[in-house]
Design a protein around this ligand. Structure first.
Ligand SMILES: Nc1ncnc2c1ncn2[C@@H]1O[C@H](COP(=O)(O)OP(=O)(O)O)[C@@H](O)[C@H]1O
Ligand SMILES: [Mg+2]
Length: 423
């Protein structure tokens, strides 16, 4: 359907900008000061540790990717970032750093545009690491056998094996230096996947000497919890060279990003038409307070479902986008939702989407058993999901689509924000 608008593909794709990815780095906008800070931090130090802190979907991965891309002439950058897994121990971080390099080295040949300097470095890295991953008689191979190209788990590695991996990292640093690079940049995404703060703090403390490896630059991405784990341990805290708190992009910046994407994705010879009008973007921008991933997701869903909900595919204006998103959210509700359950939902939406059962009981003056009942109804209707539990507190968060219910149609002059039996 994107061709209706003169576009080759979805301009609202929620993937991060990436050098060799679907969303080109040329569509990256803003964050100039942070981009400069991160770059300078790496360029002026022998090794560094940078934190990029912000909520999901705010643009952390894209910032990290664009900085790595900016520095790719002088620094060795792997072809993909490293995605932190919830179960990781400190040896997993080291193990996956090497996996990431090995994967890159093995795949580099399949990319046409890579410079010779890079390909030469990859060849040597491949030669150095291949026996480690593929020869079962190597000291790591025995334990990591079968991982091959996959990002595996370093769990169960002995201290001896971990020390060996650290040595290998130093060897790779020598290799890339010989190839003419000033250092390596490792980017770990989603540190918040490790939810247990105590465990994450311990893992980071164990990683300290690895993080200080000469010519290795680490960028860690995650939320406030990750930040406090770095800071709770003075030995790790003192290693941090740069810390960036990423807030929402401005409305005009998101408009500029979309203009860049329309241009990058246009069908040659045609002039693209924006699938959403500025006033529709304005509605969604306000609803998600500038969270770009949630904004793009809503725009995508509205555009894709336009035919189904309002019977036509056309550039969406504010009233149409409200009606489509509200209808889609309402369609999720498949069993009876009591009015008080709806009040709980409104409360959660106002609290930026996160609540606990005990807070609901207290603030809405409910009986604990009724709170559970209403939360159960909201869960059954796919409007909230349970997250972690801490003692008596169970944390819940609203799904993105639940917020679309706030786009309820206006009745006369009054907006039907309070539950009125409509859904
Ligand atoms: N500064 C930016 N310029 C252009 N696009 C961006 C920018 N920041 C984020 N995006 C886009 O917004 C979406 C979410 O960004 P992402 O980097 O994945 O967020 P996070 O890693 O914080 O969850 C992606 O589609 C990405 O391409
Ligand atoms: Mg990310």
């Amino acid at each position: 359907m994107w061709d209706t608008f003169g576009l080759q593909k979805n301009p609202f794709d929620i993937k991060a900008v990436e050098t060799y990815g679907i969303i080109p780095t040329s569509t990256f906008i803003g964050r100039d000061a942070y981009r400069g800070d991160l770059k300078r931090m790496i360029q002026t130090r022998d090794h560094s540790l940078s934190l990029v802190v912000g909520e999901k979907g705010i643009g952390k991965t894209s910032l990290g990717n664009v900085v790595r891309s900016d520095l790719s002439g002088a620094y060795f950058i792997s072809l993909s970032e490293i995605d932190t897994q919830s179960t990781w121990s400190s040896s997993d971080f080291i193990f996956n750093s090497l996996c990431n390099l090995y994967e890159t080295a093995a795949m580099a040949g399949t990319y046409a545009a890579l410079p010779k300097k890079y390909l030469d470095a990859c060849k040597s890295i491949n030669a150095e690491l291949k026996p480690l991953f593929e020869d079962e008689s190597s000291s790591i191979g025995v334990q990591a056998a079968g991982f091959g190209f996959e990002k595996g788990s370093g769990k169960g590695l002995t201290t001896h094996a971990t020390a060996f991996l650290k040595l290998k990292t130093k060897r790779i640093v020598e290799i890339i230096s010989q190839a003419g690079y000033s250092g390596i940049i490792f980017q770990f995404n989603n540190l918040d996947n490790i939810e247990d703060e105590r465990r994450l703090s311990r893992v980071l403390a164990d990683l300290r000497d690895f993080l200080l490896t000469d010519k290795c630059h680490f960028i860690f991405l995650g939320n406030k919890t990750m930040e406090s784990c770095f800071k709770s341990n003075s030995k790790i805290n003192e290693c941090i060279s740069c810390e960036i708190q990423l807030g929402p992009l401005a409305y005009y910046e998101i408009k500029a990003i979309l203009a860049k994407r329309y241009d990058a994705f246009k069908i040659p010879g045609r002039s693209p038409l924006a699938p959403v009008h500025d006033d529709a973007l304005d509605v969604v921008y306000g609803l998600f307070e500038g969270n770009i991933r949630q904004i793009f997701y809503a725009l995508d869903m509205a555009a894709v479902n336009s035919q189904k909900v309002i019977g036509r595919t056309e550039q969406l204006r504010a009233p149409a986008i409200k009606s489509i998103l509200f209808t889609l959210a309402k369609e999720r509700i498949n069993s009876e939702l009591q009015p008080r359950a709806f009040d709980v939902l409104l409360y959660a939406l106002r609290k930026k989407g996160e609540i606990t059962n005990t807070e609901i009981t207290r603030k809405l003056k409910l009986k604990a058993q009724n709170t559970s009942k209403y939360l159960g109804q909201l869960k059954a209707n796919n409007l909230i999901v349970a997250m972690n539990r801490e003692g008596r507190n169970i944390y819940y968060k609203t799904v993105n689509e639940a917020r679309w219910l706030l786009l309820a149609p206006e009745k006369g002059k009054q907006k039907t924000l309070e539950y009125d039996g409509v859904f």
